[in-house]
Write a protein that binds this ligand. Structure first.
Ligand SMILES: *[C@@H]1O[C@H](CO)[C@@H](O)[C@H](O)[C@H]1NC(C)=O
Length: 547
């Protein structure tokens, strides 16, 4: 029995040792054929052009060039061998880069899907992580890509210090005036964004004007292009007549002072609030002639007192002890009481105004600017490519696995091949890092085999509590050995549970869910000064205008 148990422990230890140098999954280019699919493979620079523009809209008195560097490189915590991403490298810098699509895309009939990953590798600080789907025609001027380059849809996270939201904005051309107006999603989703990779998906269905925004594959918001954007696509049919004005005699005072009311004759405005209580009587034994305080009989003139220099010595006074024995001392005064005749100032009552005509509102006229577009997505301009144009306080924002196309299923499959492999590994790596931070030292197998096994088992159990699949994926050997021990060695159960029990405390102590913000993260986000992203005005909830 004992030897079997030991051999299991040894097996666990042996596999655990190799965990730290687990072979990472190796990056494999996706076979999905989409109108645009970007995994930042070797040939990325054939598609992407960093901007060399200077920002035309000065921020304050300065103008900025897009000097922020872009690199295609491994993430700082790499969990897939050879998986590179596009990284905005510099803090406090303007970054812009774009890639044309092989053929332009429209939103006429098929669903439109844009999906990509962003990883704020240095933590969620201030910085954009959104993409712009650029208007067809920009393709020849990638080097000039800037904040004035026309876009059709803007989508993705924006960390605005404080505050985070997922933008979904489309630029809609007014069919009457030909002017473009930004339509902003009302109440955009505000997910919690941490250091790990997150996946952003936007789906637009032009046929029925609906959209859906997903965060890590989970729907955060869905709605209607006609109802959930401001300003609304379609203007109101009727508007107030600007020529109408309130007639001079219009009475809109609802209440007036009753003109018939007058102050009652017996109303004395001057009656005092309190009067002397005439019925009060001086208490029996009151000492009218005793002072309330007397010179302290115990006080003595100090020896060093010099009458000539210091003047006459006067003893300090104390409360007259006789007053404490009697009901009171000194001249007696009757107390005050509330005056029953007190009325205060008289105010006339108000009554409904007989001349009241109601609130005045201007007459409605039909809106000369009225139009009705029942399928606004179909009216959007063609999209020629994708661009990232942002300003960031945090360096090393990584973009990867961009999908632009027409198939929700395809995008999902792409996410399964990429994001869903990557995220659990990242989460596990982050857990291990946390764990390493928590326990000053990982016990070594050679020095303390039992502590080492406990450590490994604890990590696994901790992971398994929040995410069993993730635990199995990231620590398969530990999981398998544990499961084997559980199912085949009944005699081991007790020992194993002893092990589990022993680890309960540290588990709850450090069970920081990877996806949940820690108070620390919050603090960091909130403490950072407000900074404009891309020089835009960052008004929460306000409608922004980009040209
Ligand atoms: C809109 O159309 C899409 C695709 O045709 C469909 O999947 C979706 O359920 C529709 N949404 C609504 C609200 O009808």
């Amino acid at each position: 029995m004992r030897s079997v148990a030991l051999s299991v422990l040894f097996a666990l230890a042996a596999t655990s040792i190799s965990t730290s140098e687990d072979p990472k999954p190796v990056f494999k280019r996706s076979e999905i054929k989409a109108p645009f699919l970007e995994q930042f493979t070797d040939d990325w620079s054939e598609r992407w052009t960093p901007s060399e523009a200077t920002k035309k809209s000065p921020v304050g008195t300065e103008t900025f060039s897009y000097v922020g560097k872009w690199e295609v490189e491994e993430p700082t915590t790499s969990v897939i061998e050879g998986d590179l991403g596009l990284v905005a490298k510099n803090k406090a810098a303007h970054h812009a880069i774009s890639a044309p699509f092989p053929t332009s895309i429209d939103l006429k009939d098929k669903p439109f899907v844009v999906q990509y990953e962003v990883k704020y590798q240095k933590g969620g600080n201030c910085g954009g992580g959104y993409v712009k789907l650029l208007e067809d025609g920009f393709q020849t001027s990638g080097k000039d890509f800037d904040d004035h380059t026309s876009w059709v849809i803007m989508f993705g996270p924006d960390l605005t210090c404080p505050g985070t939201k997922l933008h979904f904005i489309f630029r809609y051309k007014n069919p009457l005036t030909g002017e473009y107006e930004e339509k902003h999603l009302k109440n955009p989703p505000k997910p919690t964004i941490e250091k790990l990779t997150n996946l952003y998906t936007l789906i637009v269905y032009p046929s029925n004007n609906t959209f859906e925004v997903l965060f890590n594959g989970v729907s955060e918001k869905s709605g209607s292009l006609l109802e959930d954007f401001e300003p609304a696509v379609n203007p109101p049919k009727e508007i107030d007549d600007p020529k109408d004005s309130k007639p001079s005699g219009w009475v809109d005072e609802k209440k007036i002072v009753d003109p018939k009311a007058s102050k009652p004759a017996d109303w004395d405005e001057d009656a005092p609030y309190e009067i002397v209580d005439a019925e009060a009587k001086k208490p029996e034994g009151w000492l009218d002639d005793e002072p309330t305080s007397i010179p302290d009989p115990d006080a003595e003139k100090p020896e060093e007192w010099d009458d000539e220099e210091d003047g006459d010595w006067i003893a300090p006074t104390v409360r007259n002890p006789k007053c404490d024995e009697a009901p009171g001392c000194g001249p007696w005064k009757a107390p005050l009481k509330p005056n029953p005749d007190y009325k205060g100032k008289w105010y006339p009552p108000t009554i409904d105004n007989p001349a009241y005509k109601g609130e005045w509102a201007p007459r409605k006229i039909s809106n000369p600017d009225f139009f009705e577009d029942l399928h606004p997505a179909k009216s959007l301009d063609k999209i020629g490519g994708i661009g990232i144009e942002l300003w960031t306080m945090t360096e090393d924002i990584l973009f990867d696995n961009i999908y632009v196309g027409h198939s929700v299923e395809e995008a999902k499959t792409f996410a399964t091949e990429t994001f869903e492999v990557k995220k659990p590994l990242e989460a596990a790596a982050a857990k291990t890092e946390d764990k390493l931070d928590d326990d000053e030292e990982v016990p070594s197998w050679k020095e303390d085999p039992i502590a080492f096994i406990r450590h490994k088992t604890a990590i696994f159990i901790e992971l398994a509590q929040t995410d069993p699949i993730l635990a199995l994926k990231s620590h398969p050997e530990t999981g398998i050995v544990l499961a084997g021990a559980l199912f085949t060695l009944f005699g081991m159960l007790g020992a194993l549970f002893g092990l589990v029990g022993a680890q309960q405390k540290p588990i709850t102590k450090s069970s920081k869910k990877t996806d949940a913000p820690s108070p620390d993260d919050k603090k960091k986000t909130n403490a950072t000064p407000v900074a404009p992203a891309g020089g835009e005005k960052k008004e929460e909830g306000g409608v922004k205008k980009r040209k």
